[in-house]
Design a binder for this molecule. Structure first.
Ligand SMILES: [Zn+2]
Ligand SMILES: [Zn+2]
Length: 120
């Protein structure tokens, strides 16, 4: 499993927008990282809205086998190959959660809207 750094996650969260103020600058509460359970808390630097970032994807994929299957279907925005690995997941609001994935072919990292909600 990829070891995520706070800097990585903060940088990649900049690719999505805050559910409240539409800003794209976020910080990670380092106390939640130190807890070690993979449940991090992100804070919007614009409006101080907080939301959970789940980094224990190994466990998540074990409990959500459908997600593994769907990851194989996601096409890379750059090389168009299908198949990505899941790095972490951010729940921006009750309606919006985003998967942060890496292309298995060209290693491009990009955010992908969660497909779970739309199928419920
Ligand atoms: Zn905000
Ligand atoms: Zn690619």
């Amino acid at each position: 499993m990829v070891q995520l750094s706070i800097k990585d996650v903060e940088g990649r969260l900049g690719e999505v927008k805050c559910a409240i103020c539409k800003g794209n600058r976020f910080g990670i509460d380092s106390r939640t990282v130190a807890a070690g359970d993979g449940e991090w808390k992100a804070i919007c630097l614009g409006c101080h809205y907080t939301f959970p970032v789940h980094t224990d994807m190994e466990f998540y994929l074990q409990t959500q086998p459908d997600v593994s299957y769907r990851l194989k279907e996601i096409a890379c925005q750059s090389c168009r190959q299908r198949g990505v690995s899941l790095d972490f997941r951010a729940v921006l609001s009750v309606r919006e959660s985003v998967y942060f994935v890496t292309c298995a072919s060209c290693q491009l990292k990009f955010p992908e809207q969660s497909f779970l909600e739309s199928f419920e």
